[in-house]
Design a binder for this molecule. Structure first.
Ligand code: AMP
Ligand code: ZN
Length: 114
């Protein structure tokens, strides 16, 4: 997807700080971090949002959360707590339409979220 920011980052056409990668996912540092740790776990496969996920995507979706959990542990966030978020649709704050899991940590979080 030439017009997709995250596809371009995954293809190394746009620079980003890559924190982790494997055959199915890439994690990058968010360019506008909302907490001391703010990573985005992105599937290599272009899926605009959770709305387009279908039967057969279970393993991929699970993998994104497993990677987020492992990165949280590596960054020492596991004891204090951290947040994993998927924004779906503009009304929920989604701005990049390539599915991604936010991993936020390193500060206190409130509930309900804004
Ligand atoms: P969302 O609003 O849930 O779609 O999340 C998109 C996230 O991508 C936001 O937190 C942005 O700060 C982040 N973002 C936008 N452009 C870049 C970029 N070039 N590199 C890294 N993160 C980005
Ligand atoms: Zn994409």
């Amino acid at each position: 997807m030439d017009d997709c920011l995250f596809c371009r980052i995954i293809d190394r056409k746009i620079p980003a700080k890559i924190a982790y990668e494997d055959e199915r996912a890439v994690a990058i540092e968010d360019i506008h971090p909302q907490s001391p740790t703010h990573l985005l776990v992105i599937p290599r496969q272009h899926l605009p949002s959770l709305l387009e996920a279908k039967n057969g995507d279970e393993a991929l979706l699970g993998h994104l959360f497993l990677v987020a959990g492992q990165l949280a542990q590596k960054r020492g966030l596991d004891l204090k707590g951290y947040r994993t978020v998927i924004n779906t649709g503009a009304g929920a704050g989604q701005t990049v339409f390539h599915l991604h899991v936010h991993l936020l940590g390193g500060r206190a979080f409130h509930w309900p979220p804004g």
